[in-house]
Design a protein around this ligand. Structure first.
Ligand SMILES: [Zn+2]
Length: 394
């Protein structure tokens, strides 16, 4: 049930056809401005009825690839190319994005740990509340473009955690893989709103590279085409996608001691259990023997820490994925949809056997609740004869 208490207001009308841009105004009364507001940029490109998509980046402010790509999309995409509606929120946690930080300098808020938010909370909680209570209820899909940010760099990956929707059988498996994230992520918010969700981890390192941006930009258009929000041929995939899985804590390597981080492997390397991952050199007592961090299982290195200094506990130095060879047939139905993003890897996060019972493809835009103009697809996949037709405005 959508709440309507948000104090945020959009300058644009999400129901109007055409291309609009402006700000979502977040009231912010401070010493220098009693009646000021924080201007969160937003665009809406609508052309008749069809899929309703929310594109987000800047959920974490120091993840730049998605922010650049969505800004370029706002400038380049015209309403005539669209079927339905695409809302674009390129710097969702705008105060964090302006500071170039993962979290907001106003309240230390991590937007992706702030859902469902609070309409009377700090700025980050209010943004989360607006996304969950105002934007998501009027969308069928949300695509949230993350990257490694300042502290991590990834082999560019599409990251799909299973949404908790009425169509799925069982629990919200994404949270089983990373219980610490709990119900406070956008993934959880999308599940609560019964909105299809996909995320990414595209490179990172606090920078933008041409390669990463190419993957991001072509991937966004491929995904939009896949859900029939864009017409025409999608751009070619940037790479052949390997389907991998990340299934538990032993997929991550943490620094056993504080010190200076010397990585021993590169992104993309294949490792086995016990392979040394990093040497952690004692910074303040360099005559002591360094600590060795080792991989806990076999797999492919898909994520690596960037900064050279580490602390015990909060320094996740490597992450890895394993080939998803054992995916059962019912789960495989979703795999072509993941590959649509065209990244080199797609991580399926599962930790429990309940994950294997999921049968609904990501890009199915039919839902059992919240009626909309579409009819339910007999196959549960997009682009079939039974998919709802786009009704374009002229
Ligand atoms: Zn992120």
């Amino acid at each position: 049930m959508a709440r309507s208490r948000s104090r945020l207001t959009a300058e644009i009308d999400f129901d109007r056809d055409g291309k609009q841009h402006g700000f979502i105004r977040l009231p912010y009364s401070v010493h220098r401005s009693a009646y000021g507001w924080i201007p969160i940029p937003v665009a809406c490109i609508k052309n008749g009825d069809g899929p309703r998509v929310l594109l987000m980046a800047g959920n974490h402010g120091d993840e730049y690839e998605g922010q650049v790509a969505l800004g370029k999309l706002i400038r380049s995409l015209e309403a005539e190319e669209v079927c339905g509606r695409i809302i674009i929120l390129p710097s969702a946690n705008f105060p964090a994005a302006m500071a170039g930080m993962r979290t907001s300098p106003l309240d230390e808020g991590n937007l992706n740990r702030s859902f469902p938010g609070d309409p009377y909370g700090g700025p980050t909680a209010q943004i989360a509340d607006y996304i969950e209570s105002v934007l998501l209820p009027q969308c069928d899909f949300v695509f949230d473009f993350h990257s490694g940010g300042s502290s991590l760099t990834y082999v560019p990956s599409a990251l799909m955690r299973r949404p908790q929707t009425p169509e799925t059988l069982g629990a919200p498996v994404a949270y089983l893989v990373d219980a610490a994230l709990g119900d406070h992520t956008l993934t959880a918010a999308a599940a609560r709103a019964e909105v299809r969700h996909m995320s990414t981890e595209i490179a990172g390192g606090g920078q933008v590279t041409p390669t990463a941006l190419r993957i991001m930009e072509s991937g966004i258009r491929r995904v939009l085409t896949k859900v029939e929000a864009l017409s025409g041929e999608p751009p070619p995939a940037a790479a052949e996608t390997r389907i991998m899985q990340v299934r538990g804590q032993d997929y991550y390597v943490y620094a056993p001691d504080p010190g200076l981080f010397e990585p021993l492997v590169e992104l993309g390397e294949e490792v086995t259990a016990g392979t040394p991952a990093a040497i952690i050199h004692p910074h303040d007592t360099p005559w002591r023997e360094p600590a060795i961090a080792a991989f806990g299982r076999a797999g492919t290195v898909i994520c690596k820490r960037v900064p050279g200094r580490v602390e015990r506990g909060w320094a996740h130095v490597f992450g890895m994925g394993a080939e998803a060879r054992q995916q059962p047939m019912r789960t495989r139905r979703a795999i072509p949809s993941i590959a649509a993003f065209g990244t080199r890897q797609a991580a399926i996060s599962t930790t429990s056997s309940t994950a294997r019972t999921v049968t609904t493809p990501l890009f199915d835009r039919t839902r059992s609740s919240r009626s909309r103009s579409s009819t339910r697809s007999s196959t549960g996949s997009i682009g079939t004869r039974s998919s709802p037709r786009c009704t374009r405005s002229r």
